[in-house]
Design a protein around this ligand. Structure first.
Ligand code: CAA
Length: 393
C-alpha cells in the first residue's frame, strides 16, 4: 500500500525529430520488397533520418526548447538525459543541453542508459525527487538515433527523435501513479558494443523477449496494486515499429482473458501509434512520443482516464506503470507545432539517404558544414581539440 501521495507527473511534453525522412515505399522499391510488408507487416510508413550536423544533443535541445519558459528555467533542479546513442563515454549529453537552454547552474545533470527503457527510469526518479521537494521541477529528456545496417532486415525500423518532459507537483497533463511492475533478465536480444555504430540484433528473439518481459512486468504491476486491465482506457507501448505495439497489446488482452472487439482494441491503442508510424524507432523516446501522439491526436476529452505504459529496453528491462490524465491538459499540448514540424519534413531519395547514412561521424578539427543540414534551432558546428561545439542557430 502507498500513502496518499502528492500528485506528481508530466506538466509539459514536447518532441522533435529530424527534418529529413525516407519514405519506406522508396526503400521497398529499391529492395524489391512488397511495400505492404512495411505498411502492414511492421506498421511503418516513413523513418526520420538525422542530418549530419544533428545528434542526440541537438534533437534533445529542440524538443526541450519549446516547453521551457523563463520561470521554469530557474526552477529546474535536475536534468535526466536518457539515451542509448551516447556521444561521449564520460560527459553527459545533458550538460550541453543545460547550456543551450540557459538553465540555472544550481542543477544536477546526469545521463541514464538501459537501451530503450532508460527514460522510464528517469521519469520515476524525477517523480521521486519532486515528491521530496515539490517546489522544484525536473527536466526529463530521451533522445536517440536508431541505426541498423543497410540491407539488413532491421533497416526499415530505423528512425530518430527526442522527447522532453517537465516533471512537477500538481502536474497539468498526466499524474503518474506510484504503482509499478518491473522485470529484468540478462539476455542478448539487441546490443551495441562501443566499437560499433550500428546495433546488433537477434530480431525474432527480441520480439519474443519484449512480450515475455511485458507480461512479467504486468504481473508484477498487478501484485503492486496497479489498475485492473478494465480500468485502463488507453495503452502506450515502446514502439520499435508500430506493429510491435499491436502484437504486445493483443498478448496483454489474451493474458487478461479480455476478448476485445476490433473497434475497442483500436480505441485503446491506435492514436498512440500515429506519430511513430511516420518517425520510426526513436528508442528511449518512442514510448513518450506515443503518449504525445495519443494526447494530441485523440479527439475525445481524456480527462480522468487512466493510461497504461509498457516500457521495454533490450538486454533486458521492462516496466509497466500508469498515469491519469489531468483536467485542462489540452491547453498544455503543442499539437499544431508538432504537426507542422512533421509536415515540413523533406523526403530523401534513396541515394541521399545512403549518402547521409554513410557520411562519417564528425572528426577532430572538422567544421560541420553540409548542404543537407538540420533546419532545427540547434546544430553541431564543429569539433575542435576533441570538443563538440554546439550552436543555437
Ligand atoms: N504484406 C504484409 N505483411 C507481410 C508481408 C506482406 N507482403 N511480407 C511479410 N509480412 C509480415 C510477416 O508475415 C511478419 O508478420 P508477423 O510478425 O505477424 O509474422 C512481418 O511482416 C515481418 O516480416 P518477417 O517476419 O519476415 O520479419 P523481418 O525479417 O522483416 O524482420 C524484425 C522484422 C525482426 C522486426 C526486424 O525488422 C528487426 O530485427 N528489427 C529490429 C529489432 C526490433 O525492432 N525488435 C523489436 C523488439 S526489441 C525492442 O523493442 C528494442 C528496440 O527498440 C530495438
Amino acid at each position: 500500500m502507498y500513502a496518499t501521495p502528492l500528485a506528481v507527473g508530466i506538466d509539459q511534453i514536447g518532441f522533435y525529430t529530424s527534418n529529413f525522412y525516407l519514405d519506406l515505399a522508396v526503400l521497398a522499391q529499391r529492395n524489391g520488397i512488397d511495400v505492404s510488408k512495411y505498411h502492414h507487416g511492421i506498421g511503418q510508413e516513413k523513418m526520420s533520418v538525422p542530418a549530419h550536423d544533428e545528434d542526440i544533443v541537438t534533437l534533445a535541445a529542440n524538443a526541450a526548447d519549446s516547453i521551457i519558459d523563463d520561470a521554469e528555467r530557474e526552477n529546474i533542479s535536475a536534468v535526466f538525459f536518457a539515451t542509448e546513442t551516447g556521444i561521449d563515454q564520460s560527459k553527459a549529453a545533458g550538460v550541453y543541453v543545460h547550456r543551450l537552454l540557459g538553465l540555472n547552474s544550481n542543477c544536477r545533470v546526469v545521463e541514464l542508459k538501459q537501451a530503450c527503457y532508460s527514460c522510464t527510469a528517469a521519469l520515476q526518479m524525477a517523480c521521486a525527487l519532486v515528491a521530496r521537494n515539490p517546489k522544484k521541477s525536473v527536466l526529463v529528456i530521451a533522445s536517440d538515433v536508431a541505426r541498423y545496417e543497410l540491407d539488413s532486415a532491421a533497416e526499415a525500423t530505423q528512425g530518430c527523435g527526442a522527447v522532453a518532459m517537465i516533471i512537477k507537483a500538481n502536474p497539468r497533463i498526466l499524474q503518474i501513479q506510484p504503482q509499478a511492475g518491473n522485470y529484468t533478465e540478462d539476455v542478448m536480444d539487441f546490443w551495441r558494443p562501443n566499437y560499433r555504430k550500428t546495433a546488433l540484433v537477434d530480431g525474432k528473439f527480441s520480439t519474443q523477449m519484449y512480450i515475455k518481459a511485458m507480461l512479467a512486468a504486468w504481473d508484477n504491476y498487478q501484485a503492486d496494486g496497479g489498475f485492473a486491465f478494465a480500468d485502463i482506457a488507453h495503452f502506450c507501448y515502446h514502439l520499435p515499429f508500430t506493429r510491435m505495439g499491436q502484437k504486445a497489446h493483443r498478448s496483454l488482452c489474451q493474458h487478461n482473458m479480455a476478448s476485445i472487439p476490433k473497434d475497442a482494441f483500436d480505441t485503446q491503442l491506435a492514436d498512440s501509434l500515429i506519430y511513430s508510424r511516420i518517425i520510426g524507432n526513436s528508442y528511449s523516446a518512442s514510448l513518450f512520443i506515443g503518449l504525445t501522439s495519443l494526447l494530441e491526436q485523440n479527439t475525445n476529452d481524456l480527462t480522468g482516464k487512466n493510461i497504461g505504459f509498457l516500457s521495454y529496453g533490450s538486454g533486458c528491462v521492462a516496466e509497466f506503470f500508469a498515469g491519469t490524465v489531468v483536467a485542462g491538459y489540452k491547453d498544455k499540448l503543442h499539437t499544431k507545432k508538432h504537426e507542422a514540424m512533421l509536415h515540413a519534413r523533406e523526403p530523401l531519395s534513396h541515394t541521399q539517404y545512403v549518402d547521409l547514412w554513410n557520411y562519417p561521424d564528425p572528426q577532430e578539427g572538422e567544421e560541420v558544414t553540409m548542404q543537407m543540414g538540420t533546419t532545427g534551432k540547434f546544430k553541431l558546428a564543429r569539433i575542435y581539440e576533441h570538443k563538440r561545439d554546439y550552436l543555437r542557430v
